[in-house]
Design a protein around this ligand. Structure first.
Ligand code: KG4
Ligand code: ZN
Length: 338
């Protein structure tokens, strides 16, 4: 039997520096260094992110190779995130990947971060994987998309946000509730004991399969401001109900559009991906819906929801099979469509 491909994946699009080793379609290691520095500022500071990537990248790659228990010489190709993301952050990962590939004389593979979130479903975990064509609701801090996946390398965005992303809606709402960044996981946590119907917020009206979250954010801001005038402890006294109601509003917007996409395309193989796909309410509501409507649902492991290099490595695998390699002149791109 021929030797299984070994790919080093490198992800540095935002505030996580990550490296993974993939052998065949199995992950041998997936190491991520989170950047604590941004918590002080209530959001990612791009310049600080690039500097932290520079400090983290060598130890992270080194640990990934050691943990995978392979030798550097065993690596067949290096896959890196080309975009979309913060330009300075992307440049750290791409420069590192390019120099390693050149030094080691192995192919370089440029990966689209949003496609990689989806392709994480194909990491071999001994579980069924989505069948083509399938729909994926890709929800992260920077993007909200409904994607029709025709093959590993052929995908179409059929719905997207016209303003904020779903993760941004979580994080900005959390900021209004005085919760630290990133607020999505904290809203998820406090919402567990709250009443989803305690507060009502404005609902967007956007055509077709597109999304909008900026109106919701304004509606939440006004609700909080008006109530704080009457009761300065409004947030503290209602935190769980506020989190549950905000989360319910965001997830309802996502689910309504996903249902519309399913009806429109007739596709019943459904996946979710991206940081917000870690949300427990989204997962539960989707599971109920899938059971009721007989959809086949694919939910990624938690570690493959938020940014990670395992998803970059598996995307590299599919491009390697097509010999779709990048050269040293490939540039990092802050915005990159499919
Ligand atoms: O995919 P990701 O790690 O990075 C980007 O590519 O943007 O997504 C990060 C986003 C953040 O907005 C974060 O608040 C959100 O995912 N997030 C969550 C949860 N875990 C992460 N949002 C809601 N509930 C969660 N459990
Ligand atoms: Zn991401």
């Amino acid at each position: 039997m021929s030797k299984k491909l070994v790919i080093l994946g490198i992800e540095s699009s935002c505030d996580d520096t990550s490296a993974a080793i993939l052998q065949g379609k199995k992950i041998l290691s997936n190491i991520t260094a989170n950047q604590e520095v941004h918590a002080l500022y209530g959001g990612v500071v791009p310049e600080l992110a690039s500097r932290a990537h520079q400090q983290n990248i060598i130890p992270v790659v080194d640990t990934a190779i050691k943990e995978a228990n392979i030798k550097k010489e065993n690596i067949d190709a290096i896959a890196f995130t080309q975009g979309p993301g913060l330009l300075g952050s992307l440049l750290v990962g791409s420069s590192f990947a390019k120099s390693c590939a050149m030094g080691m004389g192995i192919p370089l593979i440029a990966i689209n971060h949003m496609q990689a979130h989806i392709l994480a479903h194909f990491i071999d975990e001994g579980k069924p994987v989505p069948k083509f064509p399938f729909l994926c609701l890709t929800v992260s801090g920077g993007h909200t998309q409904i994607v029709k996946i025709i093959s590993h390398t052929n995908m179409q965005v059929i719905g997207t946000t016209i303003d904020d992303a779903a993760g941004e809606a979580f994080d900005k709402s959390a900021k209004l509730l005085k919760l630290p960044y990133p607020g999505g996981p904290l809203i998820d946590k406090y919402a567990k004991n709250g009443n989803i119907h305690a507060f009502k917020f404005g609902k967007p009206k956007v055509k077709e399969l597109d999304f909008s979250f900026s109106g919701l954010k304004t509606s939440i801001l006004y609700k909080i401001q008006n109530n704080i005038q009457k009761n300065p402890n409004f947030i503290e006294e209602n935190l769980e109900d506020l989190c549950a109601s905000i989360q319910h509003s965001i997830i309802t917007i996502l689910l309504e559009k996903l249902k519309k996409a399913i009806n429109k395309t007739g596709i019943k193989e459904i996946a979710i991906a991206g940081g917000v796909s870690a949300n427990s309410y989204l997962r539960n509501e989707l599971q109920k819906l899938a059971k009721e409507k007989d959809y086949t649902l694919y939910i990624p492991k938690f570690e493959y929801c938020t940014d990670n290099a395992a998803m970059i490595a598996i995307s590299g695998y599919f491009k390697y099979l097509k010999k779709d390699f990048a050269d040293q002149s490939e540039t990092s791109l802050a915005s990159l469509s499919f």
